[in-house]
Design a protein. Structure first.
Lengths: 304, 241
């Protein structure tokens, strides 16, 4: 019998598979396809202090091996999430969840994190300093080591639960930003968010996305994500959640060998609502194939 | 869910009729749609359901990009992975006895299943179908076979009433309207309609198609809504036009 469970900052997860924020809503739409309690956990839709509608449509475009999105953090705001989404979620998901938080100022990050930290259902916080689809916030905090550290430090000062900082791949040196977050007190790091990209419609000669640019995700980004997880694992001591194009049990194992303690699955859920269920079900067979008894033992296994 | 192609035939310029055999038990209302996975493409393609029975369903789609072009080349016997029964569909119980069904171009297909459902519900629908030109007309024989009054409009006047679907409507037409078509058509119908209610089916680029990604959100009078999950059919009262 193989062992799938992992320890993520004191949270014992039945398995390392976690749907990524923005690709799983609050889980409700997936709970009609399968019992989502089989997941390790899930990271719910990115939450901001105030409600946001997000960007105009089109927000979605096809790419080779993936997709672009420019949703722009549509969410009903933290108060609504606490009053409505979290209580509703309790009906169909009984494990600790990951609260993904975004903001447009350090004060917003702090207030939103403080409120979600106090929620019993929330097992850990994931601070998104890497959304490429909003202006004056999101990724702006994640592209410099100083501002990434400042957000991390401010959030850590008001929270008790583990804080993971979600990093942007749209930087020259992700390692220096990862280290800055670690030094500022981050309990872990999530990487990577989407890669900034665009498509142009040949008929109209205009960008397909109303926001012009959007975040690339899907299998196309997997090697980039894997490389960054590998580099960051080498440089920091805190645990990592690896994500970016993960679509199969093999990808999960590869991501863990690169250094991820848990693995998030994003775009794959949108193409196949059963993606995470199938990955979890296929993991034992893949593990046996490669003589892995316990997933926890392979974390960072690709590093000599 | 797997579906086998029974027929994939061109019925008008760039317009194809796709007959699929497979489970249709999840379909609950006309106006719903499905998400078709195409070999070599990442995102599924949302396509409205024209009609269905217990053995399968008919889709009619227009080739507008690389995905639908690839779909048009698939042959009888090929198997497609389809996520089916998506969206709310039309509510045939919400209208009076004499509703008006209005479709434009490739927005026409779901209205065929709708018209059949209206007839089964004992209503007496009238139909207006709008196309650009005579060559682009499709489904007209099928609608006429339902024994409902059908008016066709063509933008260039090559068949039926010259002009747009609104040219076949009465001013402040007070009949309950079911509509599907391009956004400018829907807005024009909405403006010309004198009925306080009605059902309008919208279209949007989507990723998931089942309400998870917020890729197809629109603003309505009752807040943000997902075209894929809360729609694609919206009540006139909700639309902020």
């Amino acid at each position: 019998m193989v062992n799938l469970s992992v320890n993520l900052c004191g949270l014992r997860l039945d398995n390392p598979v976690i749907p990524a924020s923005g690709c799983f809503g609050y889980g409700k739409e997936f709970s009609v396809f399968y019992d989502i309690n089989m997941l390790g956990s899930f990271s719910f839709k990115g939450t901001t202090l105030s409600p946001r509608f997000g960007n105009p449509t089109p927000r979605i475009a096809e790419t080779p091996g993936g997709m672009l999105n420019a949703v722009g953090l549509q969410n009903p705001g933290v108060e609504h999430v606490i009053a409505h989404e979290l209580p509703e979620m309790k009906q169909y998901f009984h494990k600790p969840v990951i609260a993904n938080v975004s903001g447009f100022s350090i004060e917003e990050y702090v207030k939103t994190c403080e409120l979600l930290d106090a929620q019993e259902q929330v097992g850990l916080l994931e601070v998104n300093i890497s959304c490429p689809n909003v202006h004056g916030g999101g990724m702006a905090f994640g592209t410099s080591a100083d501002s990434a550290a400042a957000v991390t430090k401010a959030v850590k000062a008001v929270t008790k639960k583990p804080v993971f900082v979600k990093l942007s791949p749209n930087v020259t040196d992700i390692v220096s930003i990862a280290k800055a977050c670690e030094d500022a007190g981050a309990d872990g790091l999530s990487l990577i968010n989407t890669l900034l990209g665009m498509r142009i419609d040949l008929k109209t000669r205009r960008p397909i996305l109303a926001n012009t640019m959007g975040g690339l995700s899907g299998p196309a980004v997997f090697p980039v994500a894997l490389r960054m997880v590998y580099q960051v694992y080498k440089a920091v001591k805190i645990p990592l959640m690896g994500m970016g194009g993960v679509s199969s049990a093999r990808d999960v194992i590869e991501m863990m060998l690169a250094g991820a303690t848990a693995v998030q699955v994003g775009a794959a859920n949108l193409v196949n609502p059963y993606a995470c269920k199938e990955i979890i079900e296929q993991l034992p067979a893949e593990m046996e194939k490669y003589k892995i008894n316990s997933l926890e033992e392979i974390i960072g296994g690709a590093h000599s | 869910m797997q579906y086998q192609i029974i027929e994939n035939a061109r019925i008008a310029p760039n317009v194809y009729l796709l007959d699929l055999a497979g489970d249709t038990s999840m379909l609950t209302a006309p106006g719903q749609f499905c998400q078709v996975q195409l070999p070599g493409f990442y995102l599924r393609r949302p396509i409205s359901i024209c009609d269905w029975d217990e053995n399968g369903m008919t889709l009619i789609y227009k080739v507008i990009g690389q995905g639908t072009e690839a779909l048009s080349k698939l042959e009888t016997g090929a198997v497609l992975d389809v996520l089916n029964g998506l969206g709310n569909g039309y509510d045939v119980d919400a209208c009076g006895d004499h509703p008006l069904v209005i479709g434009g171009g490739v927005g026409t297909p779901p209205l065929y299943g709708l018209t059949k459902a209206l007839l089964r519900a004992g209503r007496q629908p009238q139909v207006i179908l709008g196309f650009n030109t005579y060559e682009e007309i499709f489904l007209l024989d099928e609608f006429e076979d339902l024994d409902v009054p059908v008016t066709v409009t063509t933008a260039d006047g090559s068949f039926g009433v010259k002009g747009f679907v609104t040219d076949a409507m009465a001013d402040k037409d007070n009949r309950y309207i079911f509509a599907c078509g391009p956004l400018p058509m829907l807005k024009a119908v909405y403006q010309k309609s004198g009925c306080p209610s009605g059902q309008y089916s919208l279209e949007e680029r989507m990723a998931c198609g089942f309400g998870a990604c917020m890729g197809c959100s629109i603003q309505t009078k009752s807040g943000p809504k997902r075209v894929c999950k809360d729609g694609p059919v919206f009540r006139k009262e909700e639309l902020p036009w």
